[in-house]
Write a protein that binds this ligand. Structure first.
Ligand code: AMP
Length: 444
């Protein structure tokens, strides 16, 4: 257990109980070949995580698979390892694996994980995503025509290449859709179907998704054949995340964050989430007065700048990163000590993804949410969704009086149902049953 973490958690509240993800099974028992076992040892993994334990044998057996697992559970290795096992046994220098992902950041991250596992093998992989320069296009084109073994692609960019007519996908044996729910949220359904039309009918298809809404089931029934199902806790925070909330007025939020992170050199890596990109700039400006090592990231930055900011944070050159939900899904940054939700995310699933940035795989971390009066109802919905009441921590006395916990009415109704006569009578629809948004998801 990280000593910094224990110190910080006990500073927050003494009753924090520490839990860890169970990792019980040896990789050897999963049936992976010796070359893969060496690669796993090279990566420093000792035991398989639950999703690896359940998914690897099914994939090795050649089954289609639908897996419900959030990021941070080791799901990338759960699909990469068995597919590589197959590839290294019978290596043909042709594109036999296609991995489709929602964002370029995730494409780069999965490609990097593959580079790690294939370090001692001739297997080649390439990420294919939009936003780069012309030289990227040319090297992607070369890889897609000369048969790089593994392509990790975002849908839009891949379709641009497919439209040119030179992509060779006739030897694809494994198709993997990662973060499938996110892809549908973004509006990639038609693109996915279009890409699949270019692939051989006889193939293994694996679908990974953090949640299983009906539209995901629908897609699965269209593109998978007799899939086996693996489910690891639907949209529940990874067990190692210690969650707590502060009830605050908006004016108390920045001084609170300041007091939490100031003079705490043991907190090396802090990620603050805000729902809007405008707010990202405000938070950075305010906190910069006492914290010099701070940057903001949102879709307002161009791709090159985003990668630079992210890579400085990943390398621990930047201590505090303020981000919109661009970062909340899929992105794997090790050793984040503290996640702070400056506001309550609009979607319970986003909450789970945001706080999943800390406590990746078997480590532990702390996630704090700042809840103002307007967000209390929403936060209660999140507690219902994760089936857990999040501990409310009192504000430091120097910050003054905090609002009372009163989650009973949604924001728009606050103050408007004063008399019994006007109180709504019908049962409230649980927060998690509401689909926030159906079309293309944008930051505001
Ligand atoms: P993922 O859920 O795929 O984003 O993985 C989260 C993190 O866990 C990554 O940094 C992986 O390198 C790491 N990881 C995956 N599997 C294991 C394992 N069996 N043991 C230790 N770390 C792991």
């Amino acid at each position: 257990m990280d000593a910094n973490f224990v110190n910080f958690a006990s500073h927050l509240h003494p009753i924090f109980a520490l839990k860890r993800i169970k990792q019980s099974m040896n990789f050897k028992e999963l049936g992976l070949n010796d070359q893969m076992l060496e690669a796993i040892a090279f990566m420093g993994f000792e035991k398989a995580t639950p999703v690896q334990e359940k998914a690897v044998p099914e994939i090795l057996a050649g089954n289609d698979l639908i897996a419900c697992a959030q990021t941070g559970t080791g799901k990338t290795a759960a699909f990469v390892l068995p597919v590589l096992d197959n590839l290294t046994k019978d290596h043909k220098h042709e594109t036999s694996v296609l991995i489709i992902v929602p964002t370029r950041e995730l494409a780069i991250q999965i490609d990097q994980a593959i580079q790690g596992f294939t370090y001692f093998t001739p297997v080649e992989s390439i990420p294919v995503y939009g936003g780069g320069g012309g030289s990227d296009w040319d090297s992607e084109k070369r890889a897609l025509t000369s048969g790089a073994d593994i392509i990790v692609a975002t849908p839009g960019r891949l379709i641009s290449h497919l439209n040119m007519g030179y992509v060779k996908f006739n030897a694809v044996k494994h198709l993997i859709l990662d973060e499938a729910d996110r892809m549908l949220d973004i509006g990639f359904y038609d693109d996915i179907i279009k890409i699949i039309n270019y692939l051989p009918k006889k193939r293994q298809t694996l679908m990974f998704s953090a949640t299983m809404p009906p539209k995901i089931r629908q897609l699965a029934s269209k593109i998978l054949t007799k899939p086996k199902e693996v489910s690891i806790e639907i949209s529940k925070p990874a067990e190692g995340v210690l969650q707590a909330a502060y009830l605050t007025y908006d004016t108390q939020k920045t001084p609170l964050i300041d007091s939490l992170i100031k003079d705490k050199p043991e907190l090396n890596s802090i990620l603050i989430f805000s729902s809007t990109k405008l707010k990202v700039n405000d938070i950075v400006r305010e906190l910069k007065k006492s914290e010099k090592s701070i940057h903001g990231i949102s879709s307002a930055l161009d791709q090159t700048k985003r990668e630079e900011v992210l890579s400085n944070f990943r390398a621990k050159k930047t201590r505090v990163l303020v981000a919109t939900d661009v970062l909340s899904r899929g992105i794997d940054i090790k050793d984040i000590d503290l996640v702070i939700n400056y506001d309550v995310p609009g979607d319970a699933e986003d909450y789970v993804h945001r706080i999943g940035r800390t406590a990746r795989a078997s480590s532990t971390g702390v996630a704090l949410t700042l809840v103002n009066e307007d967000d209390m109802y929403k936060f209660k919905g999140i507690e219902d969704f994760i089936e857990n009441e999040v501990m409310k921590i009192p504000l430091p006395p120097s910050l003054g009086q905090a609002p009372e916990w009163n989650p009973e009415q949604p924001k728009f109704a606050r103050g408007s149902f004063k008399s019994n006569k006007r109180k709504p009578t019908g049962k409230k629809k649980p927060f998690h049953k509401k689909r926030k948004y159906q079309g293309k998801k944008k930051e505001n």
